[in-house]
Design a protein around this ligand. Structure first.
Ligand code: DGL
Length: 349
């Protein structure tokens, strides 16, 4: 026992004097509230995407004990403005950093509004088993008890933790670690806004280390058959929200605009108003792929529930919410238009 203690002590000394190399972690900043500035420290009014990556890093000097840190600014936007071009650029840059530039992990600072979508897109397109962690904040950088610096520290701790490798992309907020496939923003203002739709957090960060409970079930990163290396744009997929007496106009507008696919945020188990159903059937007959998801925040959208998916060639989103079903359908459509193959993708990813 004493030997082990001496070994650990020696290791701590070596790391602290930089003799044992610390992991090289790159921070890619994209904006969001974590980079936001408010009119005053008590005002809830603020502007996202105002502070640069080096300012975010300088605010957390404690990270330097965890890793060899450097940063770059990809964009500086509120994540409500996240788009396909930024996604493609971000995924390609992460693959470059991890596979060609010798980095041991990447932490992305990002707005929380669409973080779950970016995380899932990266989970399906990053070609490395090294840690990729997204962090954000619910209070701006100038607010009392800003949560950004603590979230950034925890994100770097997770990226520097050896046991994060091989788990796919994760979100780290409020010290919780949640897989990209499961994470969903559930509260408009709470710092504990990220939950896992159908499961709990898969780990926590404390004492500067990541601790996990389970391994991911779904395929991800190096196991994924989706590759954006040579892609300059993504298929167009829209989402139609379902409700009582739902208008078919939004769906029809996507058809008229020649979208490649449409995801339905249906009621209950992915059901939708008969007028919308009729437009969806005609759309499928024109070759547009249709995925049934649900506006319910938890629970699966089952294949062949009240809707005969086989008959209409609809795809059931299974345990993906509409915004993430859209991400998977976009990538699926870079490989195939075959609804049965797309349904297989929803079973695997
Ligand atoms: N503008 C929102 C965004 O960038 C603010 C939400 C946040 O970052 O927490 O997602």
């Amino acid at each position: 026992m004493k030997t082990w203690r001496n070994v650990l002590l020696l290791l701590a000394v070596l790391v602290s004097v930089n003799i044992v190399a610390k992991p090289k972690i790159r921070i890619i900043a994209t904006g969001g509230t974590i980079a936001g500035v408010s009119a005053s420290s008590t005002s809830s009014a603020y502007t996202a995407g105002q502070v640069g990556v080096q300012t975010l890093i300088d605010a957390v000097p404690q990270m330097l004990y965890l890793a060899d840190i450097s940063g770059e600014q990809l964009v500086n936007i509120g994540s409500q403005d996240m788009n396909d071009q930024v996604w493609l650029k971000l995924s390609k840059r992460i693959n470059e950093l991890l596979n060609k530039e010798g980095y041991d992990g990447v932490v992305i600072t990002h707005g929380t509004d669409t973080m779950e979508e970016t995380a899932y897109f990266l989970n399906l397109t990053v070609k490395s088993n090294k840690p990729v962690i997204l962090v954000g904040s619910m209070r701006s950088s100038t607010a009392i008890s800003a949560d950004g610096p603590g979230n950034l520290y925890a994100g770097v701790a997770a990226a520097a933790s050896p046991n994060t490798k091989g788990r796919g992309v994760l979100c780290c907020m409020n010290n919780r670690l949640i897989y990209a496939k499961d994470v969903i923003k559930v509260h408009t203002t709470d710092v504990a806004t990220f939950e896992a739709a159908n499961a709990g957090p898969v780990g926590y960060v404390y004492n500067g280390e990541a601790h996990y409970f389970t391994k991911p079930e779904a395929l991800h990163t190096t196991q994924s058959e989706f590759d954006v290396t040579n892609l300059e744009k993504l298929p167009q997929v829209g989402i139609v929200y379902g409700y009582a007496n739902c208008s078919p106009l939004p769906f029809q507008a996507f058809v008229d605009a020649k979208f490649d696919g449409v995801v339905l945020a249906g009621v209950g188990d992915g059901n939708f108003y008969h007028e919308v159903f009729d437009v969806a059937v005609k759309a499928r007959q024109k070759g547009i792929n249709v995925v049934r998801s649900s506006r319910c925040p938890t629970g699966p959208t089952c294949l062949n529930g009240e809707v005969d998916d086989e008959k209409y060639e609809f795809v059931a989103a299974l345990d993906q919410n509409p915004q993430k079903a859209r991400v998977l359908l976009m990538l699926a459509l870079t490989k195939t238009r075959d609804w049965k193959q797309i349904q297989e993708y929803f079973k695997k990813y």
